[in-house]
Ligand binder design. Structure first.
Ligand code: ATR
Length: 280
C-alpha cells in the first residue's frame, strides 16, 4: 500500500503541533496509508525545498513561518490566499495555494456560538494573523475595528484588504477609542501574553476593560491568558485559540483527503501536547 504523504514546511518546524494533530486524525479514521511529517527548509532554498516533497509524491503541504508569503510566487494563490497575502496550505495536484486561517477562526467562533454578522468586533494586531482575522470577519458581515501598537501597520492592513479583496469595512482606532466603541467581541491577534510572558496583556493597564464582552485569544499557550482573565473578571466570556489551530488544520485535512476529520480528536491531542510541554 503506497503511503499518501502530506506535511508541513517551515524553519524551524520541530515544534509544530501539526504532525501529531493530523496523524491522530488519520489514526482515528483508520486512514493507515496516510502520513503527515515536518520538513525543515531554510528560506534560501525554499524553491528547491518545495520541489522535493512534490517530486516525492506528497499530495500537499502546510506552510508555516517564515515561508507563508515567499511561497506565493511558486504556487497559484487562490482568492483567500491573495486577500490574506499568505499561503498556509498547498495542494500539489493543482499547485493551488490557499489560506485556511480565516476559516479556522470563523469556524471556531461559530462552533462556540459567537455572533459575527452585524456585530462590532475589535481586532488587536496588524500582522499576518490579524489580516486573516479581519478578512474572515468582514466576509461574514462584521463591523471591524483594528487597533495595533504601530498604527501605521493597521492602516496598511486596512488598505491591503481594500486593494486585495475590495473589503472596505475595517476602521483603524486607538485602544482608547475602541474602549468606548461598544464591541461584543475582541479577537487578540498579537503575540502579547504568549508563553513565557504570561502576565502581559494587549489591553493596557489603566484603561477600563469593557464589561461583558467575549474575548477570543489566538494565543493558546498558556490556555488561559492574562487577557482572558481580564475578560472573565469583567463579566465576559473567554475562548482560547486552540480550536482555531485545530480547525485551520481540519480545513487543510479535508482539502487533501476529501474526508471530514474528527475535530474532537484533533483538539484533544493538541490539549494533551500542550499540557505536556515543558513549563520553561
Ligand atoms: P503574525 O504574522 O503571527 O501576526 P507579526 O506579523 O509579528 O506576527 O505580528 C505580531 C503582532 O503582535 C503585531 O500586531 C505586533 O504589533 P506591532 O505591529 O506594533 O509590532 C503585535 N505585538 C507584538 N508584541 C507586542 C507588544 N509587546 N505590545 C503590543 N503589540 C505587540
Amino acid at each position: 500500500m503506497a503511503v499518501k504523504r502530506v506535511g508541513v514546511i517551515g524553519f524551524p518546524v520541530e515544534h509544530s503541533l501539526s504532525p501529531v494533530m493530523h496523524n491522530a486524525a488519520f489514526a482515528a479514521l483508520g486512514m493507515t496509508d496516510w502520513h503527515y511529517d515536518a520538513m525543515s527548509i531554510p528560506p534560501d532554498i525554499l524553491r528547491l525545498g518545495l520541489r522535493e516533497p512534490k517530486n516525492h509524491g506528497y499530495i500537499g503541504i502546510n506552510v508555516t513561518v517564515p515561508h507563508k508569503e515567499a511561497i506565493m510566487q511558486y504556487v497559484r494563490p487562490d482568492e483567500k490566499a491573495r486577500a490574506i497575502g499568505a499561503v498556509n496550505t498547498v495542494d500539489f495536484r493543482n499547485n493551488i495555494g490557499t489560506n485556511t486561517d480565516a476559516d479556522g477562526l470563523i469556524n471556531d467562533l461559530l462552533a462556540n456560538d459567537v455572533l459575527i454578522k452585524g456585530e462590532r468586533i475589535l481586532v488587536l494586531g496588524a500582522g499576518g494573523a490579524a489580516r486573516a482575522a479581519v478578512y474572515g470577519l468582514l466576509r461574514e458581515g462584521a463591523n471591524v475595528a483594528i487597533v495595533n501598537r504601530t498604527k501605521s501597520r493597521a492602516d496598511k492592513l486596512a488598505a491591503q484588504l481594500r486593494a486585495s479583496a475590495g473589503l472596505t469595512g475595517a476602521q483603524v482606532m486607538t485602544l482608547d477609542q475602541a474602549a468606548d466603541w461598544g464591541m461584543s467581541l475582541i479577537v487578540n491577534c498579537t503575540s502579547v501574553g504568549l508563553h513565557p510572558h504570561i502576565k502581559q496583556s494587549p489591553w493596557i493597564h489603566g484603561l477600563p476593560f469593557p464589561e461583558g464582552v467575549t474575548v477570543y485569544d489566538m494565543v493558546y499557550r498558556p490556555a488561559n491568558t492574562a487577557l482572558m482573565q481580564q475578560c472573565v473578571a469583567h463579566g465576559g466570556r473567554a475562548i482560547g485559540g486552540l480550536g482555531m489551530l485545530a480547525r485551520q488544520g481540519a480545513v487543510a485535512f479535508e482539502l487533501w483527503t476529501g474526508v471530514e476529520p474528527p475535530i474532537d480528536v484533533m483538539i484533544g491531542v493538541l490539549q494533551a501536547e500542550l499540557e505536556q510541554a515543558p513549563k520553561d
